[in-house]
Design a protein around this ligand. Structure first.
Ligand SMILES: [Zn+2]
Length: 69
């Protein structure tokens, strides 16, 4: 479960968030979701679900599958 957070424009100049999954810079609307008791920032809910899937796969299988990043 996550939530959208809209940042104040004044924060933009010195504090930048990047999506925990795709690494894209998130300018304004951040999707926050807790994974392993950590609050992560994502550019959208889709990335957060992909992030969780990737972590689950990493736990089950050691081999790294390098698909589109
Ligand atoms: Zn993303």
């Amino acid at each position: 479960m996550g939530e959208w957070v809209e940042r104040e424009p004044s924060y933009l100049s010195f504090d930048v968030y990047n999506c925990a999954y795709c690494g894209k810079m998130i300018p304004r609307h951040i999707w926050f979701e807790e994974t392993d008791d950590q609050r992560q920032a994502f550019c959208n809910p889709d990335c957060s679900s992909r992030f969780r899937l990737a972590r689950q796969r990493a736990h089950t299988e050691e081999s790294t599958d390098t698909s589109t990043g």
